[in-house]
Every structure is written in structure tokens, then in C-alpha cells.
Design a protein around this ligand. Structure first.
Ligand SMILES: Cc1ncc(COP(=O)(O)O)c(C=O)c1O
Length: 374
């Protein structure tokens, strides 16, 4: 066991070198190479969805999805207050306004009982985020979307292979986005993908992603709309394809690690875990704990420092969207209280979560946590 356990490292355990070498040796290193479409097909079909459009990160994947649906100035988009800032920023890129809903105290996902009160005549879409790989209550979210004629864009950046009612996350919405950043369950280093069953949205994504060049037509340099360069390179897609080949194996590793953490710490008062969404399969992107300081005997910060002294890396959790100066300055309504999100931020943090964490490492981390309890 090494004397420093990082919070996450990528697992590149399959055909990555073979495919990247092939891309390099054939000279196909830009976005035109065949690994891009192979990766798009492999990942979208893994999710049970028809079309995939690979892009350069998970933030622009959300933006591209919103653009493909025509979300823009004057629209409101409902997002959780407890999410990575990318969800909100992507809405801002379209000139629409993000509107926040607090988290559920058990699943830590958007509180579906609080969505309806935020819907106005300007609301166009809901972005449920499957936090830490735990699927949202998609039954309720789909019901609300149908009732108020809203689009759903799943931000599944953290939830590769997660399931709800036996279906993969990303397959419940009009369009969904993923991130393949290095710490994700499946990675391309930097990367993202939009997936959809809708041919029109798919075509829009391909069009906007590549500077609004005509799709599947001779390249002419007249541009009728403002587009983006969100292309993924063949090198990144080569890694992505190798990762999808291992998707089930890596998913099982993350789940197994999470179960070991939970079992080991089940007898330690003051340690709270995320509760699985009923009917869901949580893929545990990040092993997150929330401390109840009066039961545990120490604050979150004291425990983080103690873990650091023992060579164990941790990370803070997201800060609520309503506390972000950037979003306030942009014009979001940042008034109101988001108590569950604040509780998570104040008391929670990530423990090491790499897929290939060893049992010995998990046991050591848990012993350090248990041994520190007063
Ligand atoms: C919920 C969520 N959405 C979007 C993103 C953005 O992805 P990326 O870092 O690939 O831009 C992340 C990144 O971790 C995320 O956690």
C-alpha cells in the first residue's frame, strides 16, 4: 500500500494504449478519425439510447444539449442547488436563467417535492443531476415534465451505467449529457457526450458542435448560425472506446468499494452515507460521507486534517448555487434557503474513490476514521 491514497486516479486497464497507438500511427489524431464514431456508438448503445455526439468535456455537453433544444434568452431552467457549477454555467451560456431547487436529505439529488413551486410560465426545462452516481426519482420528474410540457436534460456527468427501474441513466430524458473527466467512472481524460433518441436533436448537436458547418454535406464556409467548436479528438475517443469495453467491470468495482466503506463504517456513530434512490442502481462515482459532529466527536475539518496526516486525500463538496457570486451577478435569484445543500457542504467530503482502490486501502481509511472518533 502506498503512503498516499489520492482521492481518485483513472483506471486505464484495457485497450487504451492499443487504440491510441493505432490513432497516432495512422495519423488520425483530430476529430475526423473513426474512433469518434465508434465511441459514440458504443457508449450510446451501452446507455440504451440511439444517438451519441462526443464533445470535449461534460460542461459543453450540457450546453450543446440545451442549444439543440433551442433553450435561450428569457427561458428559465430548473437545476439542483447541490451540483457542480457546470450545470448552472451551461444554462448561462445560452442566456437562460438557472433556477435552483434544494437537495433531498436522503438521496442528495434534487428534491422532487420542491420542483413544482419553482415552475413559472418561463420555465422550459429541468436538469436533474444524478449526484455521485445515484439516479434521481425519474418517475416524478417525468410526470412533472409531462404536466408542464418541459424538456428534461439529464446531467449524467457522474452516473455512467447507473440505473433507474432497470434502465440506464441518460435514457429517461429528451437529451442527456455525460462527462469523461479523469476522475469519472469512465474517462477519456477530458471529454463528454450528449446522447438522445431524437433524430432532430442529434442533428442539431452535430451541427452546433462543429461551428455550424453543414452536416453530411460538402464543406462550404458560409455559416448560417453561431456554432461552437466542441469536437472531441480521435485520441480521446480511442481511450473512450477502450473504457466502454470495461464499463460493467469498472461499475462493479465502484459499487463493491462503496459497499465495503458502508459496511466498515456502519458501527461508527456520526458518519452518514448517501441513501440509494428506491428502484435505482447507484454507481458510487464518489464515496462521500457527511459528519454529524456531535455524534462523531469531531468536525468535518478536523477529520479531513486527521486523514491528511495519515496520507489520505479528500475533497470538499459543492457549494450551493445560491451562494455563487458569479450566478448572483448574472441575475439568478439567489435569495431563499437551501438547508440540505448547506448541510452537505458544511459537513460532507469525498473519500478516496478510484475504481481500483484495494480492500486493504479501504480498510485502512475506515480504521483511521473509526480510531479518531471521540
Ligand atoms: C454534475 C456535473 N456536471 C457537469 C460536470 C462537468 O464536466 P466536465 O468537468 O467534464 O466539464 C461535472 C464534472 O465533474 C459534474 O460533476
Amino acid at each position: 500500500m502506498s503512503d498516499f491514497i489520492p482521492v481518485c486516479t483513472p483506471l486505464l486497464g484495457g485497450n487504451e494504449i492499443k487504440y491510441v497507438t493505432d490513432a497516432v500511427s495512422t495519423g488520425w489524431i483530430s476529430s475526423s478519425g473513426s474512433y469518434v464514431s465508434k465511441f459514440e456508438e458504443a457508449f450510446s448503445s451501452y446507455c440504451g439510447v440511439k444517438y451519441g455526439v462526443a464533445v470535449c468535456n461534460g460542461t459543453v455537453a450540457i450546453h450543446l444539449a440545451l442549444a439543440a433544444l433551442g433553450i435561450g434568452k428569457g427561458d428559465e431552467v430548473i437545476i439542483p442547488s447541490f451540483t457542480m457549477i457546470a450545470t448552472a454555467f451551461a444554462v448561462c451560456y445560452t442566456r437562460a436563467i438557472p433556477v435552483f431547487v434544494d437537495a433531498d436529505k436522503d438521496t442528495w439529488n434534487i428534491d422532487v417535492t420542491k420542483i413544482e413551486e419553482k415552475i413559472t410560465s418561463k420555465t422550459k426545462a429541468i436538469i436533474p443531476v444524478h449526484i455521485f452516481g445515484n439516479p434521481c426519482d425519474m418517475t416524478k420528474i417525468c410526470e412533472l415534465a409531462k404536466k408542464y410540457k418541459l424538456y428534461i436534460i439529464e446531467d449524467a456527468a457522474e452516473a455512467h451505467g447507473a440505473e433507474y427501474d432497470g434502465k440506464k441513466t441518460g435514457s429517461f430524458s429528451d437529451i442527456a449529457s455525460f462527462s469523461f473527466f479523469a476522475n469519472k467512472n469512465l474517462t477519456t481524460g477530458e471529454g463528454g457526450m450528449v446522447i438522445t433518441d431524437n433524430e432532430e436533436y442529434f442533428k442539431n448537436c452535430r451541427y452546433f458542435k462543429n461551428m455550424c458547418f453543414p452536416v453530411d454535406a460538402p464543406r462550404v464556409y458560409s455559416h448560417e448560425d453561431i456554432g461552437f467548436n466542441y469536437r472531441m479528438s480521435n485520441l480521446h475517443a480511442a481511450i473512450g472506446l477502450a473504457q466502454v469495453e470495461k464499463a460493467d467491470e469498472y461499475r462493479a468495482m465502484r459499487i463493491k468499494n462503496a459497499k465495503r466503506y458502508m459496511k466498515n463504517l456502519s458501527d461508527c456513530p456520526g458518519i452518514i452515507f448517501q441513501k440509494d434512490q428506491p428502484n435505482g442502481l447507484n454507481v458510487h462515482w464518489m464515496n462521500t460521507i457527511v459528519i454529524n459532529p456531535s455524534e462523531y466527536g469531531h468536525s468535518k475539518d478536523e477529520l479531513i486534517n486527521h486523514l491528511k496526516d495519515n496520507g489520505i486525500d479528500t475533497r470538499f463538496l459543492f457549494v450551493s448555487m445560491n451562494h455563487q457570486k458569479s450566478l448572483k451577478d448574472y441575475g439568478c435569484d439567489c435569495s431563499g434557503n437551501y438547508p440540505v445543500t448547506d448541510w452537505l457542504t458544511e459537513n460532507g467530503f469525498y473519500l478516496p474513490s478510484a475504481s481500483n482502490l484495494t480492500e486493504k486501502e479501504i480498510d485502512f481509511i475506515c480504521d483511521v476514521i473509526k480510531g479518531f472518533r471521540k
